[in-house]
Ligand binder design. Structure first.
Ligand SMILES: *Cc1c(COP(=O)(O)O)cnc(C)c1O
Length: 221
């Protein structure tokens, strides 16, 4: 399955985040040996434990809802936080980035799904954040793009519409705030069930778990 997915991502140069949450170290090691270097986790402590135990050239991505008091566990090493869903969280990431003496790359997570339970910014709340004085003072974070999760449904048109919505938010923010910033270039969308649609709608990163590792025993997040 891994090779097949890589082939599907190749024409658009879409990056694969292998979502290894709840999966044991040997399963990750096996995929690592096949060449995978980007792994995503949804809990801070699980992420830092796996970082300690596995090869140091792995790029670790945080993809799940992140509590502010957990940022300190991942700030020293995390490569990208996909799930920045509030100004207060971003401010804490900036603070911990300063302590760790680094700049932490982040994506703003947008609420694009129908379900009320998903976290995230609206286009308006993101614009307010990006125009604020507080934001321009944050020197230890860098916003490199956007992330979203589509509604869990079989309705392809619905999913497509939500991915298009995320892409248009991306374009809008790019024009308004990041026109000269080449680093603002990532659209993280698409999971095991909908990543092919996401690629068609312009995803630069897809986050795939169960299709690579098999079904999870318990739901993390
Ligand atoms: C678990 C998770 C995924 C991967 O889901 P699969 O359906 O197993 O591919 C992707 N993104 C986020 C934010 C997740 O929590």
């Amino acid at each position: 399955m891994y090779q097949e997915i890589l082939k599907q991502l190749q024409p658009t140069h879409t990056k694969l985040v292998a979502v290894s949450k709840t999966k044991p170290l040997p399963a990750i090691q096996t995929l690592y040996e096949q060449g995978q270097r980007i792994f995503g986790e949804s809990k801070a402590q699980e992420l830092s434990g796996k970082f300690e135990a596995l090869p140091k050239d792995i790029e670790w991505h945080m993809i799940g809802h992140l509590q502010r008091n957990k940022v300190k566990y991942i700030a020293p090493f995390v490569a990208l936080i996909h799930s920045v869903d509030s100004a207060r969280l971003l401010s804490e990431i900036n603070k911990q980035g300063e302590k760790a003496n680094r700049v932490i790359d982040c994506l703003l997570q947008f609420h694009i799904a129908e379900e009320a339970s998903k976290f995230g910014f609206t286009a308006e709340s993101a614009q307010a954040l990006l125009s604020s004085a507080g934001f321009s003072d944050m020197k230890h974070i860098r916003i490199v793009g956007v992330m979203g999760m589509a509604t869990y449904t079989e309705e392809h048109q619905q999913i497509r519409k939500e991915f298009q919505c995320l892409r248009s938010i991306f374009e809008q923010l790019k024009n308004q705030f990041f026109a000269d910033a080449a680093f603002f270039q990532e659209i993280s969308m698409g999971m095991s069930g909908d990543y092919l649609l996401a690629i068609e709608e312009g995803a630069t990163m897809v986050r795939i778990g169960s299709l690579l590792f098999g079904k999870r025993e318990y739901q993390s997040d």
